[in-house]
Ligand binder design. Structure first.
Ligand code: PMP
Length: 421
C-alpha cells in the first residue's frame, strides 16, 4: 500500500532517528515545519562547499555556476506546482509572499506603479474577502491593506466545526469584491477549500484570487496554472526544504503588472538620481541578495517529493488522518475540530481535551517522545469562534507511519486520566 511504501522513506530523514525524553521520537508536527531528507541537506552543503557565489553578477566561473543552479531550482519548483519559471518569485517565507501581494496592491492604490498597476488600485468601499479560518499571515496583511485604502474587509464565516462552503462564500462575494484570499487547506481544521468553485465565483465578479498554499503544496498534486488562481504563496520549510525561503506564484501578466513594494539592488534596469525602471517578474520582486542555497535546497526537496509521488503522499496522509480521527473520536472527552468522519481531511487533526489545557496535553505527550503543536496555530479568530483559546494539533507527512499514529493515540488515551479529569 502507499502507506507502507512511503513509511520506508523514514530512513532518509536523519533527525527522525533519535530519542526524546527516553522514547523514540514520534514527530507529528510537520504542519508547523517538516524535517529534511539527507538529499536536501546534502544539496545545500554541496552548493556551499563548491559553488557558492553571488548570482546574476560577476564574470567568474563560480558565479555562472551558482546562477545556473539557482535558476535551475526555480525551474524545478515551478514545474512542481504547474507554473512557468518566471511566475515564481523567491520570498522570505509564505508570510512575506502574502505581504508582497497586499503591499503591492497598496502601492497601486496610491497611484504608483504606472498604467499597468491601475488594474489593482482599490477605492474606498471596494471589498476584500477572506475566511474566518485564515492563518494570521493571510489575514493581517489584508486588514492592513483595508486600513490603508478605505477598502472593507469581509469574511466568509465558519460553522461550529470551523468549516465553510461555497454557498457561504456566495453570500459574501459581490460585484464589490476585488480580492479573495483563502487557504487551500486549513492548518487547523484540515478542510480543503472548494477551490475550483471559488475561482469561478471570483472570475464572475472580476476579483483576484490569492491562494495560501502552505498546507497544500507540500502534500498534494498542485497545478497552479491550470487551477486559474491569480496568486499563491507557500513556504519551503513545510515541504522538506529550508527556513528563510518562501515562494510567491503569480500569473505572468499579473506579476508583470504588479508594482514592487520593496526596491533596491538586483531588481532594476536603469537608475538615475530621479528614479528607476524595474525588471520584469520575477526579478522585480527579488530586491537584494537572494536566499540562494535555500532555493537550491528547495529544488532538491521538490525532486524528492516528485520521486515519492504527490498523489501517493496525499493517499498516505488521507489514510493516516482517518486513523488519527477515528482513534481520537473513540477517546472520551476529546472534541475534534474540522471535517467529520468520512469527509475529506488533510493530514492533520486539531482537538480539544476537556478539562486539560492544550499546553499541558502537549507537555504530557512530549514526555513520551511525541511532538505535537499546541496553541492557537496563528488562527485566533477561528479558535475564538470555536469557543477555544488553544487546541492540540497532530499532523503527518510522508515519513510518518501507522505506528506513529498508534503510539500517539495510546498516549492520548492517557491524557485525561493523568490530569484526573
Ligand atoms: N498559512 C498557513 C495555512 C500556514 O500553515 C502557515 C504556517 N503555519 C503560514 C501561512 C505561514 O507560513 P510561514 O510562517 O512559513 O510564513
Amino acid at each position: 500500500s502507499a502507506t507502507s511504501v512511503l513509511a520506508d522513506l523514514r530512513a532518509d530523514f536523519p533527525l527522525l532517528d533519535q530519542s526524546v525524553n527516553g522514547h523514540p521520537l514520534v514527530y507529528l508536527d510537520s504542519a508547523a515545519t517538516a524535517q529534511r531528507p539527507r538529499v536536501v541537506l546534502d544539496a545545500e552543503r554541496a552548493y556551499l562547499e563548491q559553488r557558492n557565489a553571488a548570482v546574476h553578477r560577476g564574470a567568474h566561473t563560480l558565479a555562472a555556476e551558482a546562477t545556473e543552479e539557482f535558476e535551475g531550482a526555480r525551474e524545478a519548483v515551478s514545474r512542481f506546482v504547474g507554473a512557468r519559471p518566471d511566475e515564481i518569485a523567491w520570498q522570505a517565507n509564505a508570510t512575506d509572499a502574502l505581504n508582497t501581494v497586499a503591499l503591492a496592491i497598496g502601492v497601486a492604490s496610491r497611484g504608483l506603479g504606472g498604467e499597468a498597476a491601475k488594474r489593482f488600485a482599490l477605492q474606498p468601499g471596494d471589498e476584500l474577502v477572506v475566511t474566518e479560518a485564515e492563518h494570521h499571515a493571510n489575514l493581517i496583511p489584508w486588514q492592513q491593506l483595508a486600513a490603508q485604502t478605505g477598502a472593507v474587509l469581509r469574511w466568509i464565516p465558519v460553522d461550529d466545526d470551523g468549516l465553510w462552503t461555497i454557498e457561504d462564500a456566495r453570500a459574501v462575494i459581490t460585484e464589490k469584491t476585488r480580492v479573495i484570499a483563502f487557504a487551500h487547506v486549513s492548518n487547523v481544521t484540515g478542510m480543503v477549500a472548494p477551490l475550483a468553485e471559488l475561482v469561478e465565483l471570483a472570475a464572475s465578479v472580476g476579483a483576484l484570487t490569492v491562494l495560501d498554499a502552505c498546507q497544500s503544496a507540500p502534500h498534494r498534486p498542485l497545478e497552479l496554472g491550470a487551477l486559474g488562481v491569480d496568486f499563491a504563496a507557500f513556504s519551503a520549510h513545510k515541504m522538506l526544504g529550508p527556513t528563510g525561503l518562501g515562494v510567491l506564484y503569480g500569473r505572468r501578466e499579473l506579476l508583470n503588472a504588479l508594482p514592487p513594494a520593496r526596491t533596491g539592488g538586483s531588481m532594476i534596469t536603469t537608475v538615475t538620481m530621479e528614479g528607476a525602471e524595474f525588471l520584469p517578474a520575477p526579478q522585480r520582486f527579488e530586491a537584494g541578495t537572494q536566499p540562494v542555497s535555500q532555493a537550491i535546497a528547495l529544488g532538491a526537496a521538490v525532486g524528492y517529493l516528485t520521486d515519492a509521488g504527490t498523489q501517493a503522499i496525499l493517499e498516505h496522509e488521507h489514510a493516516l488522518a482517518a486513523r488519527l480521527y477515528d482513534g481520537l473520536a473513540d477517546i472520551p472527552g476529546i472534541r475534534l475540530i474540522g471535517p467529520g468522519a468520512g469527509r475529506e481531511r488533510a493530514g492533520l487533526v486539531a482537538f480539544d481535551v476537556a478539562g486539560v489545557h492544550a499546553h499541558d496535553a502537549g507537555q504530557f505527550l512530549d514526555a513520551r517522545g511525541i511532538a505535537v503543536r499546541v496553541g492557537h496555530h496563528c488562527a485566533q479568530p477561528l479558535h475564538r469562534r470555536l469557543g477555544l483559546t488553544a487546541s492540540v494539533r497532530a499532523s503527518v507527512y510522508l515519513y510518518n507511519s501507522a505506528e506513529d499514529v498508534d503510539t500517539f493515540l495510546e498516549a492520548a488515551t492517557g491524557i485525561r486520566p493523568y490530569f484526573g479529569v
